[in-house]
Design a protein around this ligand. Structure first.
Ligand code: AMP
Length: 223
């Protein structure tokens, strides 16, 4: 399927959903099975912080406070990433857009590159707080820890740590920021034929099946 795709029927996917909804895991699975790059703006920023680049210095305090990094900075990062060759036939975006301004910029970026499928992973707030407060990631590669990884990363062997922005107070702040600034995204996208909401409060494999089914029906609706 990948070989026959061209720029006009590229598979451009946005995964929406609050922190802790499991959209990162689903985005990763989707990218792997469809042979597309997964582009996580949170990962890009964390890498920049770790390597101490100028972007990292700008983003660090904002991220640690649970706030959103500025739209112009984020739009620039994603524009540059989507211009790379491996994103020509599609991509899976995780963590972008977070605001309506970013969403409008993304529409301009994908203009002429095929439809944009938007999948919204929905999970109740009390479950999100519980999930986030216990979430661990790999210090080295940033992977989200799978439940069976007891003390080391199953991908690279790095140590597992609680995310610096996953403390309970910061978790609440991040969810508040999400509700205030990013929920309007659902209003922005929900009338489109390529928008699908997915119940994320189920085991990951069940959610993956729902994601696949939603993707098929949403891509069909775009034809
Ligand atoms: P995430 O891993 O997607 O939860 O992102 C972690 C943090 O990075 C967020 O709490 C924000 O501070 C920042 N961030 C990631 N993506 C964006 C974005 N699209 N717009 C603004 N800030 C972002």
């Amino acid at each position: 399927m990948t070989a026959t795709r061209d720029a006009m029927n590229a598979l451009n996917v946005v995964m929406l959903g609050p922190p802790g909804a499991g959209k990162g895991t689903q985005a990763e699975r989707l990218a792997r099975t469809r042979g597309l790059p997964k582009i996580s703006t949170g990962d890009i920023l964390r890498e920049a912080v770790q390597s101490g680049t100028e972007l990292g210095c700008v983003a660090k305090a904002t991220m640690e406070a649970g706030n959103l990094v500025g739209d112009d900075v984020m739009i620039g990062i994603v524009q540059e990433r989507l211009d790379r060759d491996d994103a020509r036939l599609g991509f899976v975006l995780d963590g972008f857009p977070r605001t309506v301004i970013q969403a409008a910029a993304l529409d301009r970026m994908v203009d002429g590159r095929g439809p944009l499928v938007v999948l919204d992973v929905v999970v109740p707030e009390d479950i999100l707080v519980r999930r986030l407060a216990t979430r661990r990631i790999c210090r080295k590669c940033g992977a989200n820890a799978a439940p069976e990884w007891t003390d080391a990363c199953g991908k690279c062997g790095g140590s597992l740590v609680t995310r610096v922005d996953d403390g309970v107070d910061i978790v609440r702040e991040r969810l508040k920021v999400y509700l205030r600034q990013s929920k309007p995204l659902v209003d922005y996208y929900s009338a489109r034929a390529t928008f699908r909401a997915i119940d994320g409060n189920r085991p990951p494999d069940v959610v993956t099946e729902a994601v696949d089914a939603a993707l098929e029906s949403a891509s069909g609706a775009a034809l």
